[in-house]
Design a protein around this ligand. Structure first.
Ligand code: GRF
Length: 191
């Protein structure tokens, strides 16, 4: 069994899809727990629906990294999945989990990545620049924001006149389709 922790700060729709996918497909990947930096967010409901423990750490804990790292080591976590987690993962965690932290970003990196590029801001920039395509990037996390090795990208067309909301919807479909199976495949190949 590969023991995974999901980190999430928001609605948790990707976390939900990953957990459903693992339930539906026999897998040696097991999500043991969820970690969050928010006291209220949709991810709490996702944790409850899947009967998973959820642990809160403050932004200061994430900045110091050691409290979170110690906890993950005590829990024997082997992989971390960032599913809409809005904090930088500091070096002590990146080093301890080298090539074992995944992130999903809602653009075709290296375009529209980096500090401050998250959520709607990404899609607004894609539309403002008149790009004809966008997509998702599933990548490993290193010490630089959105710069780790890309494992998979999937694209969608951006129609003329498309709204941010419509683009969000298309991107979310790609995320939900590709994130769970890409993670499982990657973990199975590596271990
Ligand atoms: C996703 O768009 C993901 O790409 C980004 O944050 C969003 C998370 O959405 N990193 P959800 O909380 O999984 O619904």
């Amino acid at each position: 069994m590969s023991k995974v922790a999901i980190f999430a700060s928001g609605a948790g729709s990707n976390a939900d899809r990953i957990l459903h996918f693992l339930n539906e497909n026999q897998s040696s990947v097991k999500v043991a727990l969820i970690v969050t930096n928010k006291k209220e967010a949709g991810i709490y409901q996702v944790a409850e629906n899947h009967q998973l423990p959820i642990f809160y750490f403050s932004n200061q804990d994430f900045l110091e990294a050691t409290p979170v790292l110690q906890f993950l080591q005590e829990q024997k976590i082997e992989w971390i999945v960032l599913a809409g987690f809005l904090r930088k993962i500091e070096l002590p965690i990146v080093s301890a989990f080298e090539n074992k932290v995944f992130n999903i970003h809602p653009s075709l990196l290296p375009k529209y990545g980096g500090k401050g590029m998250y959520g709607k801001k990404v899609h607004e920039a894609v539309i403002a620049n008149g790009d004809r395509e966008s997509g998702i990037s599933i990548h490993l996390v290193n010490s630089e924001f959105d710069k780790g090795e890309i494992i998979l990208q999937a694209k969608c067309i951006v129609e003329k006149g498309q709204t941010v909301e419509e683009l969000v919807e298309n991107i979310q479909k790609l995320e939900h389709e590709f994130f769970p199976k890409t993670l499982v495949q990657y973990i199975n190949e590596i271990k």
